[in-house]
Design a protein around this ligand. Structure first.
Ligand SMILES: CC(C)(COP(=O)(O)OP(=O)(O)OC[C@H]1O[C@@H](n2cnc3c(N)ncnc32)[C@H](O)[C@@H]1OP(=O)(O)O)[C@@H](O)C(=O)NCCC(=O)NCCS
Length: 185
């Protein structure tokens, strides 16, 4: 079956809810960041593959900042939607919320953006359907994604350049005031 030329955002909108069990906790009793990252990757895949109608791989992840801890016993929901499509890539926005089932208190722990690429039968990047923006928010997210991509590309180029001209001997003075000691000659 050939994929349609366009698919609406609502076609692939996906929610994954999971109970935070004790084996997910770190030594401080809070949920490991890696557990949340794994769930985010899973929901990003489900959402991207549904839009693409193809197998997808994760290329980059933006905006992973865990601002609030998640507790054992919380119900975590990951709300995913395709925010942007390029030619073979697409960006999935994921909002993570955590609910205390006893009090009903809900906190927003983070919002992150997964860029995925669709792969065809030949394992090469495959074109994804265009995106039908059904709401004002869909249009806002698409425009924000364009800016996010531009800034990310600019950052990568500028950082690669800064790294290529970095001379340790000349820039050691920048370590003054940092919490480190140079212990080699
Ligand atoms: C992602 C991958 C398919 C890109 O392959 P490639 O030969 O560089 O393909 P292209 O240059 O044609 O890029 C394909 C798309 O990926 C996008 N892309 C590639 N690198 C990117 C990056 N660092 N950030 C954002 N997008 C990127 C390109 O912009 C392009 O998007 P578009 O078609 O919408 O314009 C390839 O690097 C790969 O398979 N990586 C492994 C991914 C994986 O296995 N992930 C699981 C975690 S281990």
């Amino acid at each position: 079956m050939t994929a349609p030329e366009y698919r609406p955002v609502s076609h692939s909108r996906t929610t994954l809810t999971e109970l935070m069990i004790p084996s997910y906790a770190n030594f401080g009793g809070k949920i490991h960041g890696g557990i949340l990252l794994s769930l985010m990757d899973k929901v990003a895949y489900a959402c991207a593959a549904k839009h693409a109608g193809n197998y997808c791989v994760t290329v980059t992840v933006d905006g992973v900042n865990f601002l609030q801890p998640v507790e054992v016993g919380d119900l975590v929901s990951l709300l995913a939607a395709v925010n942007y499509v390029g030619n073979t890539s697409l960006m999935v926005g994921i909002k993570v919320i955590s609910e205390n089932v006893k009090s009903g208190f809900v906190k927003h722990t983070n919002t992150s953006y997964f860029t995925m690429v669709a792969k065809g039968e030949d394992d090469k990047p495959a074109q994804v359907p265009g995106l039908v923006l059904e709401t004002h928010d869909d249009a806002r997210r698409f425009l924000e994604a364009i800016k996010r991509r531009e800034l990310s590309r600019r950052y990568q180029t500028e950082f690669a350049e800064a790294k290529s001209i970095l001379t340790v001997e000349e820039e050691l003075y920048l370590l003054q005031g940092e919490r480190c000691k140079v212990a080699y000659k």
